[in-house]
Design a protein around this ligand. Structure first.
Ligand SMILES: N[C@@H](CCC(=O)N[C@@H](CS)C(=O)NCC(=O)O)C(=O)O
Length: 216
């Protein structure tokens, strides 16, 4: 059985979505990455030197990390669910391009915005704001334009990449990034969040309380 270690509301939730959509046998273990002296958190740190989730532990003990590896791994376990196009096809290469875009551009830039709000000096905060606003709005504009004539990132079919994007876009709430200028992105979020499997996983993980998350 596959074990997913996840931190609620973090990018590991995209892997939780993917596992549930795949129908494969798995267990999901919640870990609080901010906890000090917590045996479970220490276990994650011991297995993944980056001390991050997602972390998958396979039945033979193999440890897999990095969304760009774990999400395709899960999708390929259940080809009939079509969570990604088949390997070796042009469609798969395009999918990998979009997975790279979410993992390397959207995800880190969305997280970086938090630096604005961590800064208490007003003048420095204003400078950080103009810098990070521009950095995050570029991938948002790219995604918005891409979605003009598509229901999902890969076209008309849902994939694990949509789930990952929606998790990263959810950080717009704690990072105070307005998604109002991006109606296609907001429609994507609504479409993905309405999927019964996604709602089920959201229920399992529990409500997202960003202030409590900072404190825990
Ligand atoms: N490059 C990694 C990034 C994973 C990542 O950023 N994980 C975050 C949650 S979204 C994390 O574990 N953060 C904990 C920390 O930084 O202490 C991947 O794609 O899996």
């Amino acid at each position: 059985m596959i074990t997913l270690y996840y931190h609620r509301g973090a990018c590991s939730t995209a892997n939780h979505f993917a596992l549930e959509e795949s129908g494969v046998a798995y267990q999901a273990i919640e870990v609080n990455l901010r906890a000090k002296n917590d045996p479970l958190t220490e276990q994650v740190r011991a297995l993944n030197p980056m001390g991050m989730t997602p972390m998958l532990v396979l039945s033979d003990g193999t440890v897999l990390t990095q969304n760009s590896a774990t999400l395709p791994f899960i999708a390929d376990l259940a080809p009939s669910r079509k969570l990604l196009p088949e390997r070796g096809t042009r469609e798969r290469h395009e999918a990998e391009q979009w997975l790279g875009f979410i993992a390397s551009d959207l995800h880190p830039r969305m997280v970086e915005v938090a630096w604005i709000w961590a800064e208490k000096d007003d003048a420095i905060q204003a400078r950080l704001r103009s810098y990070y606003d521009e950095r995050v709005s570029l991938p948002l504009r790219v995604l918005e334009n891409h979605l003009t004539d598509r229901q999902f990132i890969l076209g008309q079919a849902y994939s694990v990449i949509d789930a990952y994007a929606v998790v990263a876009l959810g950080w717009s709430v704690p990072c105070q990034v307005s998604l109002d200028p991006y109606p296609n992105i907001r429609a994507l979020i609504a479409r993905v969040e309405a999927r019964p499997v996604i709602r089920h996983v959201r229920q399992i993980e529990g409500p997202l309380d960003w202030d409590a998350d900072k404190a825990r």
